[in-house]
Design a protein around this ligand. Structure first.
Ligand SMILES: Nc1ncnc2c1ncn2[C@@H]1O[C@H](COP(=O)(O)OP(=O)(O)O)[C@@H](O)[C@H]1O
Ligand SMILES: [Mg+2]
Length: 222
């Protein structure tokens, strides 16, 4: 699904933020990307979502070499990836419902076809009574859950989440991890960046740990 070979990344003329990063994400896998703040987690995720380009090395996404893939192929690859951004990136003028429905609308879906799914998903993340609320009126944790619902609503092949439980209490955090595990069970490949290692308890997962830009530990919990 995703392959990195000796990937290095620097911003501008700055120091290398990622160094010689090599790994494979198999289809159907569930991976925690851990590391302290500043270790390079967000940068690595941005390379997977083609929001940034590597300074060196090879990245393959769904079998396409990102260095040579044609520009017009990129949107189709990106549509297969659901992303939960660290800063949510919700549209403030749209309701929670409309934010979550947006990927389906863009894909040409009709409200009559997706309304129930969107309702159900928002209820599942505990926002069933906030469907009409606009993001500025929601708490940070509520906005985060809207962002998660939006990332998963179109059933992406690959789900990338950057600190998705950073603004919620432990109970809701555990619930969100269960949602990700359920999606994984249904076939979605999941990568979650977190600095909270307690999230990994009770989840069958692999851990990839970044220390100073290097992938230093690979662990499988079964
Ligand atoms: N757009 C950017 N321009 C310059 N430096 C950046 C940029 N984004 C991140 N960095 C630097 O890259 C390093 C890794 O950051 P990041 O990938 O955000 O780490 P993490 O998500 O693990 O906290 C940090 O030293 C950070 O300051
Ligand atoms: Mg980060």
């Amino acid at each position: 699904m995703v392959r990195f070979e000796n990937v290095g990344m620097r911003y501008g003329a700055g120091p290398e933020v990622l160094r010689d990063v090599t790994f494979v994400l198999e289809a159907g896998s569930f991976t925690f990307l851990t590391g302290l703040s500043g270790a390079g987690k967000t940068t690595l995720l941005k390379l997977i979502t083609v929001a940034e380009r590597p300074s060196r090395g090879l990245i393959t996404l769904f079998g396409h070499d990102l260095a040579t893939v044609r520009r017009k192929t990129l949107p189709a690859l990106r549509r297969r990836v659901g992303v939960v951004f660290q800063d949510f990136r919700l549209l403030d003028h749209l309701s929670a419902f409309d934010n979550v429905a947006l990927p389906l609308r863009i894909a040409g879906g009709q409200p009559a076809d997706y309304a129930l799914d969107v309702d159900e998903l928002l209820s599942w993340v505990g926002l069933g009574d906030r469907l009409g609320a606009k993001p500025p009126t929601l708490s940070g944790g509520e906005q985060q859950r809207v962002a998660i619902a939006r990332a998963v609503v179109a059933k992406p092949d690959l789900l990338i989440a950057d600190e998705p439980t950073g603004n919620v209490d432990a109970e809701i955090g555990a619930r969100l991890i269960r949602l990700f595990a359920e999606l994984n069970r249904l076939g979605t490949t999941v990568v979650i960046a977190t600095h909270d290692r307690s999230l990994m308890e009770n989840t069958r997962s692999r851990e990839m740990r970044l220390v100073d830009g290097r992938l230093v530990e690979l662990r499988v919990r079964t």
